[in-house]
Design a protein around this ligand. Sequence first.
Ligand SMILES: [Ca+2]
Length: 140
Amino acid sequence: MPAEALTVGGATTCEVDAREPWNATGVLVEQGGVYEVTVLEVTDWRDNTVKADPQEGWTGPVAKVLGFACRALARDPRSPMYALVAARGREGKQFTFVGRHGTVTGSSAQPVELLLFANDWAGKYDNNHGRLKAAIKRIA
Ligand SMILES: [Ca+2]
């Protein structure tokens, strides 16, 4: 289904599968638009055996230390390992940390689809588990 623009105040929900490097939201990000992403439900969010949270990423003291080193190689090194990250389209790594609640602002003249993913190493998505449900609302 093609993505659609939201009017200000418009909202939708989407599902994110941690095994998918790109989860479509159905929302087209327009230049200057501000989109609020809020996680509503999280189910079994873990990277192989490592428990995780969309906000904190890998959890537990060891995961915190290893996670800090590992995130250097993650698709978005600025976000925790296995945290929820938004992308404005698939090109150019236009990534924004979302966590459990964040905002994404449209910056390119050409509208692009808002995508969501668990921040992992590229090609290491096959051992991922978990899903979440998110609400997306255009607030400006
Ligand atoms: Ca993984």
